[in-house]
Ligand binder design. Structure first.
Ligand SMILES: Cc1cc2nc3c(=O)[nH]c(=O)nc-3n(C[C@H](O)[C@H](O)[C@H](O)COP(=O)(O)OP(=O)(O)OC[C@H]3O[C@@H](n4cnc5c(N)ncnc54)[C@H](O)[C@@H]3O)c2cc1C
Length: 305
């Protein structure tokens, strides 16, 4: 089921037609407050009352013309300004292929650099998403270059890739900010652990590798996962090395494990919700279904009203 859903995410015919189907549009609302930025901003302001921060991401990837990249950059500049005006600590999360990586790597660097500068001006933060493994080297190269100029930037690393521990070791001397996820793309067995239990074990091992450095102020690690038992195991590891477990920061997606987001924030953890919006939600939404194929039942229910 996961492989089928990830195949559907890449299928051009489906990506053109499915977004207009009403029952799918209704189902998507579970993971997005709306297609417009105003809906995302309102959700973020509401979250603030519960001590939950927000990271904004406008959906879109693999753009076909640099004019689309420029439009995305201008949009995110507006997002940073408006979120700061609303009293938020503005964080954004960008896919490199949304700002040009398939077309022009130098222009992509300029775009990310411009957004990192805009984030720094409002005391915000810019995250770089990690896409499929064909992009990993280029994304890390972009991150290293942007981060050397703008410290308030971070990059996502994926625990399902065999290479991730080596990437962490290479990045550690530069005080990186790392958002650790399990990984959402279809990857071959020679690059990524095929079995979920191995991905989970590697996630824990990577945290054990990074937390002592975080405790010494040498890196910022964010746990981007909805796996609550795994977060608890990592918190116990933090206790064991004498680190305050509430120094851990957890990021989850809007609409998933909402009760746990509130509970963790109330207990004193740093919690942020990644709020996605925009009309280019098809591939992103299919990856959410693939993460939990039981969600397909929810879509089917929308079909029957
Ligand atoms: C803030 C954030 C940023 C991310 N950025 C990236 C990125 O840049 N690149 C990338 O490859 N991946 C990214 N991801 C996705 C990530 O790789 C996983 O695919 C996703 O988080 C599901 O894995 P999990 O860690 O939640 O663990 P899982 O073991 O998959 O899930 C744990 C539990 O969480 C719940 N859950 C998980 N997913 C769903 C869902 N879709 N619907 C309903 N319940 C669910 C279920 O109860 C499940 O049992 C990001 C995820 C988050 C939270």
């Amino acid at each position: 089921m996961r492989a089928l859903l990830l195949w559907c995410a890449q299928n051009p015919w489906l990506s053109e037609h499915v977004p207009s189907w009403g029952f799918v549009r209704r189902a998507v609302k579970r993971f997005m407050p709306g297609e417009e930025f105003d809906s995302a901003l309102k959700a973020a302001v509401d979250f603030k009352a519960n001590r939950i921060g927000a990271v904004f991401t406008k959906l879109g990837e693999n753009i076909k013309a640099m004019s689309e990249a420029t439009a995305a950059v201008e949009h995110y500049e507006m997002v940073l300004t408006r979120a700061a005006e609303a009293g938020l600590e503005p964080e954004i999360s960008i896919k490199p292929t949304q700002v040009g990586l398939d077309i022009d790597p130098d222009a992509t660097f300029a775009n990310l650099n411009r957004l990192a500068a805009a984030a720094a001006r409002v005391k915000g933060f810019m995250w770089i998403d990690m896409e499929g493994s064909a992009y990993t080297d280029r994304t890390l190269d972009l991150y290293n270059r942007v981060h050397s100029r703008h410290p308030a930037t971070g990059v996502c690393l994926q625990a399902y890739l065999y290479r991730t521990a080596a990437d962490v070791h290479r990045m550690l001397p530069f005080k990186p900010a790392i958002r650790l996820v399990k990984g959402a793309y279809a990857e071959p067995a020679d690059r990524a652990f095929p079995a979920k239990r191995d991905v989970d074990a590697n996630y824990l091992a990577l945290c054990a590798l990074m937390l002592p450095d975080m405790n010494r102020g040498r890196l910022k690690l964010v746990l981007a996962t909805h796996d609550v038992p795994l977060i608890e195991r990592i918190a116990r590891f933090a206790d064991a090395i004498g680190m305050d477990r509430h120094a851990l920061e957890v990021h989850m997606l809007y609409g998933i494990q909402s009760a746990h987001q509130s509970r963790l924030a109330a207990e004193g953890y740093g919690v942020k919700a990644l709020i996605a919006y925009g009309d280019a939600w098809y591939a992103w939404y299919l990856r959410r279904l693939a993460e939990r194929p039981a969600n397909v039942v929810f879509v089917a229910r929308q079909m029957f009203g």
